[in-house]
Design a protein around this ligand. Sequence first.
Ligand SMILES: COC(=O)N1C[C@@H]2C[C@@H]3O[C@]2(Cc2nccnc23)C1
Length: 130
Amino acid sequence: KHQEESTLRELRIFLRDVLTKLGRDRKFSMFTKPVDLEEVPDYLVIVKKPMDMSTMMTKIDLHEYVTVEAFMSDIDLICRNALEYNPAKDPAGRAIRHRACAFKDTAYAIIKAELNSDFEKQCQEIAQAR
Ligand SMILES: COC(=O)N1C[C@@H]2C[C@@H]3O[C@]2(Cc2nccnc23)C1
């Protein structure tokens, strides 16, 4: 239905805006691109499903998110991956862990401030009907 397509178009615009805001913050720069597997050869041994903001932007453009909840799952995945790969045993690991937690909290805060709950309800209904 055209109404559904219009709702999903608005969802894509909203999600691009969230990623743009997160990408502007320099302390989240390590989450903007995939971890370089040549620089970090054991990354895939530990992290089964890598995720980053550029990959999420591509997923938006491929219409792979039909709800904000699905988008937040990938935000949570970015955070979880960073906590799994970077132990708290050294300052570098602790710094990435801290930024991963700040990244997730900031994403949730932006969404809470800007998302209309009825809108997400409409998206959930479209997702269930598909
Ligand atoms: C979200 O980012 C990460 O989880 N990481 C983990 C890797 C370990 C450390 O930092 C990362 C990249 C890197 N490259 C070279 C040498 N050491 C590192 C980024």
